[in-house]
Ligand binder design. Structure first.
Ligand code: SF4
Length: 359
């Protein structure tokens, strides 16, 4: 094994030591109040399932999954609008192509002749646009958005005329704010997303304890990270705040350069979230200086709040109102091979995580 890789692996082993994890779990066993914590981010849901942590926690500490899966919170109408863009190349990250629209998935449309390409980076879409008119599907949270902003700046620099972005970006803090105003959602604390927090910093969550009197912890994805995060939430239950348990990569102010490139290219707007509806200030629009790269304007697209198959309970799963196992379609009609809703499609979807690890 090459040296750099060995160092990383050895480093990660520090966060996987069973004795340390057991010690934290023993401490958690001392806590007797019934609490519900939400892991906001789909990568945390996957990590919790992967390491079997849900089953190791005492019964009074319940974890529910939240809206932090970009594909899952994308309304079905987006798929319908993309399918209407005949004769134009649609470049998208892979997960989206299997998400059902109201009638078809992008994968089914591709089988019928639509020009849909999966890409690994927005820069791949930029390259495609040099040969054919291309729309990049701009789905993602604060982690992904700076790279897309950079791609738009690059398109302008290169005077590209065949490239545009469909801005479907979502911002996490306004979504948490909206979630906490829903009286049916009962949460005693948040496990806040690690990757998003690298960009926005922990300061972005300070409104949570101030406005709602509950705490949050930013933590990593290794088992020790996660159990320490939960212990932290338990310890601050009567004196809530925002704690950074992921200080090896997250700071209070976040990544200034990434935040700056985002605000150069985008301005805050509203966004429609599957399950949560339209949330003011939770999206980003392309600034007028870059309007030529805005697919909404270029193709006169309007995103509507349409959720797709009414039998799919993704909307309730995304708000933590039900667990994936509570959906009557889970694992019988709805499976990763035959997903009825986006939460079973995405590699960060709660239903997919429960299917893989907790079925
Ligand atoms: S199991 Fe399938 S149908 Fe049920 S909520 Fe999840 S994605 Fe929707």
């Amino acid at each position: 094994m090459e040296k750099g890789r060995r160092d990383i692996t050895m480093n990660l082993q520090n966060y996987r030591q069973p004795e340390l994890i057991k010690q934290v779990l023993n401490d958690l066993n001392e806590f007797k109040r019934a609490v519900t914590f939400m892991e906001v981010c789909g990568s945390h849901t996957m990590a919790i399932g992967h390491w079997g942590l849900r089953k190791l926690l005492p019964e009074n500490i319940r974890l529910i999954s939240g809206p932090g899966c970009p594909v899952c919170v994308t309304p079905a109408s987006v798929i319908d609008e993309l399918i209407k863009l005949k004769d134009i190349t649609i470049a998208t990250f892979g997960d989206l192509i299997r998400v059902p629209g109201t009638e078809q998935t992008l994968e089914q449309a591709r089988a019928l002749g639509a020009n849909i390409k999966t890409v690994y980076s927005p820069l791949d879409a930029l390259d495609l646009s040099k040969k054919q008119e291309t729309v990049f599907v701009g789905i993602g949270f604060e982690t992904t958005i700076p790279g897309i902003a950079y791609t738009i700046l690059e398109a302008k620099k290169q005077n590209l005329t065949n490239f545009s972005v469909l801005p479907l970006f979502k911002l996490i803090p306004p979504a948490l704010d909206a979630l906490l105003t829903d009286e049916e959602v009962k949460i005693n604390g948040f496990i806040l997303p690690g990757h998003v927090s690298v960009v926005i910093g922990t300061d972005a969550y300070e409104f949570i304890p101030k406005k709602y009197g509950i705490g949050g912890v930013v933590t990593g994805f290794e088992p020790l990270d996660i159990v320490l995060g939960i212990k932290n939430l338990v310890e601050q239950i009567d004196n809530p705040g925002i704690v950074n348990e992921y200080s090896r990569i997250v700071t209070a102010e976040g990544n200034i350069a990434a935040k700056s490139i985002m605000s150069d290219v985008f301005e805050v707007g509203n966004a429609i979230w599957r399950g949560l509806g339209e949330i003011p200030g939770s999206g980003l629009d392309i600034r007028s200086e870059y309007a030529q790269f805005d697919a909404l304007k270029r193709y006169d697209i309007t995103i509507k709040n349409i959720e797709g198959n009414p039998a799919c309970l993704c909307s309730s799963v995304l708000k933590g109102k039900i667990m994936p196992l509570d959906c009557p379609l889970f694992a019988n009609i709805c499976t990763p091979a035959n997903p009825i809703g986006p939460c079973m499609v995405s590699s960060e979807g709660s239903c997919a995580a429960y299917y893989k690890y907790e079925k």
